[in-house]
Design a protein around this ligand. Structure first.
Ligand SMILES: Nc1nc2c(ncn2[C@@H]2O[C@H](COP(=O)(O)OP(=O)(O)OP(=O)(O)O)[C@@H](O)[C@H]2O)c(=O)[nH]1
Length: 331
């Protein structure tokens, strides 16, 4: 829900935070063994594949893993910007132009839960692979495609959606709401009969060094990094800062807050009260420990993040600043 500037003023806060304090914050590095191993296996399997499909979250189109281009970048490449149902795509043309300037000409937006736009992928892949060969490969040649991407962006969901669309078959790859579900490079999964096409599912791989704290916060908001590595309350605060700056005030209505607010403690307190989530905390007094009932801030932060991730607070484009040319934050 977008409120007019007038409503914003009526909310009593004409000015939102201009920046989010990043100094002293660290987005914990998350490059566990299975990612390093997975990346090596992906490199060694590259000779078997005709093309790579990079799946990424459409809400953070420009916060991709640079490692893929560096280590796997030689093959024809298709970028699938998934979770389009959660993304604000009003500036879709600008996004595509920006990606084209980065050398990415083959891009498709999808929703793998509802199978939206997924049918475009196989024709795009065959054209891409066909144009990368000097001679016609013949009709009966099979295609092997590697699906890559950071964790939790929908790689396995894409494989399952392609199978539903082209083979009318059920799930072949495990899907989960948490990052790190797929842990090994799997064997080939057939997704199409004509042309005969197989996909390789791979584990989500993050860069060992996330370029900046703000990129890390965006990746975490989209669920590609485990929440506790950043801190749920920090993430909730970054979410509030982002929603307010983008004037996406759907959270006010969702939680019945009455008015928008830029103070996370106050918002979480009201969310906790609304959800009837309280916690007992021991407080040391002159006469000993006393149990005090207070709002359950961590539970409220988790609910705020969950509501955002399931789209209940409205669609967002977390990388809008990149489109608007805001200078990148120093690493
Ligand atoms: N809203 C929405 N959710 C999606 C979409 N595609 C996938 N999901 C959800 O995103 C979550 C992650 O999906 P997966 O397919 O397991 O992602 P993955 O990239 O294979 O994950 P890893 O194995 O961790 O690397 C699941 O809860 C899916 O249901 C989409 O287009 N829209």
């Amino acid at each position: 829900m977008r409120l007019s500037p007038r409503t914003l003023c009526a909310a009593g806060r004409a000015v939102w935070r201009e920046s989010f304090p990043l100094e002293g914050r660290d987005v914990a590095r998350w490059f566990p063994g299975h990612m390093a191993k997975g990346l090596k296996k992906m490199q060694s399997s590259l000779r078997l594949v005709d093309c790579t499909i990079e799946v990424h979250d459409a809400r953070i189109s420009f916060s991709r893993n640079p490692l893929f281009q560096e280590t796997l970048g030689l093959k024809p490449h298709l970028l699938v910007l998934n979770k389009m149902d959660l993304a604000d795509l009003k500036e879709q043309q600008k996004i595509l132009q920006h990606l084209e300037r980065e050398g990415l000409k083959h891009v498709v937006f999808t929703n793998c839960v509802k199978d939206e736009n997924v049918k475009q992928i196989i024709p795009m892949v065959t054209e891409l692979v066909g144009s990368s060969y000097r001679y016609h490969r013949g009709e009966h040649v099979e295609y092997c495609i590697m699906v890559i991407g950071v964790p939790n962006v929908g790689k396995s969901s894409l494989i399952n959606s392609l199978r539903r669309q082209h083979l009318r078959k059920g799930k072949a790859a495990r899907v989960g709401g948490e990052p790190g579900i797929t842990r090994t490079v799997m064997s080939r999964i057939q997704v199409c009969e004509r042309p005969l096409m197989f996909l390789l599912d791979t584990p989500g791989v993050l860069a060992p060094q996330i370029p900046s704290v703000e990129t890390g916060l965006k990746l975490a908001l989209c669920g590609t990094i485990l929440d506790h590595l950043v801190g749920e309350e920090t993430l909730a605060d970054y979410l509030l800062y982002t929603l307010n700056r983008h004037q996406l005030l759907g959270y006010v209505q969702h939680y019945g807050l009455g008015e928008a607010c830029d103070d996370i403690t106050s918002v979480l307190k009201r969310v906790a009260v609304k959800l009837r989530k309280t916690q007992k905390v021991k407080v040391l007094t002159g006469t000993g420990d006393v149990n005090v009932i207070q709002p359950d801030y961590p539970a409220a932060a988790r609910d705020f993040l969950r509501a955002f991730r399931s789209g209940l607070l409205g669609p967002v484009m977390l990388d809008r600043d990149v489109l608007q040319g805001r200078p990148a934050e120093e690493p």
